[in-house]
Design a protein around this ligand. Structure first.
Ligand code: FCB
Length: 480
């Protein structure tokens, strides 16, 4: 993927945060016994055929035991921000007699992780819900039950009380629409329902409610804490730019997948675009949600790729739309088109309605995830496989250029968290997709820096992208 632009020095604003993002289930690892009783995902991974490459997250990167060394690596790369998620299932456990209590040991573990980061001057971003539910809640219907929203706020209040002093930026929910889509429509994630839009939208309503309650719980304890959620932004474009029906499908997908969550927060109401809102059972889910309005202090943008959409008469259940198989640009190893212009579009255009409301907030934007996957067998250990990751280097630089263009266009982007620091467990795809700046050899848990890690470290150290670096990246790209 050759860049077209002439290399130039691109300086980022003072105080820009350079970091990496992770989530607990994807990196931490737990013993099989703990896994089996803790969360919906820890049961799901042991069901046959659920995980494409047959691996599990049982051990993952063993971050629970290796966090000191991994944070050392993060620091050695001059990164000054780190995003983790909290293991709600481990933190809020069902005690005998079925009362739910904060698990002191799990909480102490997170205090140690966060303290290790703070001791190094690293800014902490903490996600409260990153796709995993306590199994006792999953058994009661998970997000299909309104009770989960109450439990989420109870958990959040405990965290604000016990870890609040160590958390710089709060994120309530990670990618709510990606979550409901995969859990209730594609069926690739637990509980594995397929095309159940009523379930998906019911869960959406309860997640919005849970977000609002969590926001309120944090703010009542820590009024100045910046709180938001992460939205997975995926620009949808019509496959055929002159076909109005393709335009309609792309518009509808954009409204439902990208806009509905931030829009509901902006207005305080859940509303579905036509024709969805015409269906009685969907219409019944619409309406105001208490304390939801403006419960967003900054914007968390996750961006990976775009999608082309097209009209298909034969698919009424999918609102007459499908994803086009047409690909115009190179892809990552999971088939996701590499489209840095999409990040520019999201930052300068798609998120505009949600910035600078009447009270001036949200003012700040953070890219809370963005990254590139290649695929290598999880059994590989020694050797130099995957270390010369010139495609990730190019992905990184081209997306940072797009981000810088957005800053020049006036968007207040304050930081970039690359997904991810280390290779990790990629949900239904398992351990073989590799998203790390740092390679993990799963059989012996060794860590090796990839080329991208050293390039990213140079960018972070200089707070800029500079011609020598771009030329070096260009050269390795041509060789590759
Ligand atoms: C995002 C998820 C994250 C990771 C990346 C690749 O959708 O938030 O957990 O799996 O994709």
């Amino acid at each position: 993927m050759a860049r077209q632009k002439e290399p130039q020095v691109r300086e980022f604003p003072n105080g820009f945060l350079w970091g990496a993002a992770t989530s607990h289930f994807q990196i931490e690892g737990y013993s099989r016994e703990m896994q089996a009783r803790l969360s919906d995902w820890s049961r799901w991974i042991f069901e046959p055929t659920r995980i494409l490459d047959g691996t599990t997250a049982e051990q993952a990167c063993d971050f629970v035991n290796r966090y000191v060394d991994d944070i050392e690596l993060l620091d050695s790369l001059k990164l000054n921000a780190f995003r983790i998620s909290l293991n709600w299932p481990a933190l809020m456990q069902e005690a005998p007699g079925s009362s739910i209590q904060l698990d002191k040991e799990a909480m102490e573990y997170y205090r140690r992780v966060l303290q290790t980061l703070k001791d190094k001057g690293i800014t902490t971003f903490v996600t409260l819900f990153h796709f995993c539910l306590p199994s006792w809640l999953a058994d009661r219907g998970g997000w299909l039950s309104r009770d989960t929203a109450h439990e989420f706020s109870r958990f959040t209040a405990e965290i604000a009380d016990s870890l609040g002093d160590l958390i710089d930026y709060w994120l309530t929910i990670n990618e709510p629409m990606a979550y409901v889509y995969q859990s209730y429509v594609s069926g690739q994630w637990t509980p594995g329902l397929k095309n159940d839009y009523i379930a998906a939208f019911t869960a959406l309503r309860h997640i919005l409610d849970g977000h609002a309650r969590a926001y309120t719980a944090i703010k009542s304890r820590l009024p100045n804490a910046p709180v938001s959620f992460t939205n997975h932004w995926r620009p949808f474009f019509p496959e055929n730019p002159i076909n109005p029906l393709d335009h309609w499908v792309a518009y509808l997908r954009d409204q439902v997948f990208n806009q509905i969550f931030p829009k509901s927060i902006k207005t305080g109401r859940l509303e579905f675009p036509a024709p969805l809102g015409f269906y009685r059972r969907i219409n019944e889910l619409e309406g105001e949600i208490e304390n939801l309005k403006d419960s967003m202090d900054y914007l968390g943008v996750n961006y990976y790729t775009r999608e082309l959409s097209r009209f298909k008469m034969a698919l009424p259940l999918d609102i007459f739309g499908e994803t086009s198989p047409t690909i115009h640009f190179p892809t990552n190893a999971l088939g996701w088109e590499i489209y840095p212009q999409g990040l520019y579009h999201v930052l300068t255009d798609a998120i505009r309605p949600y910035l600078n409301g009447p009270d001036g907030k949200p003012r700040e934007v953070f890219v809370t995830e963005n990254g590139y996957a290649d695929v290598f067998d999880s059994k590989l250990s020694e050797g130099d496989w995957s270390l010369d990751d010139h495609k990730r280097v190019n992905f990184l630089i081209s997306h940072l250029e797009a981000l810088h263009d957005a800053i020049k266009a006036g968007v207040n982007v304050r930081g970039y968290l690359h997904w991810s620091l280390i290779d990790n467990f990629e949900w239904a795809e398992g351990l073989s997709p590799r998203f790390g700046l740092i390679r993990v050899s799963y059989p012996n848990q060794s860590r090796m820096l990839r080329k991208s890690a050293s390039i990213y470290a140079q960018i972070a150290a200089k707070n800029s992208i500079f011609p020598d670096l771009i030329n070096a990246a260009q050269t390795i790209d041509e060789q590759g």
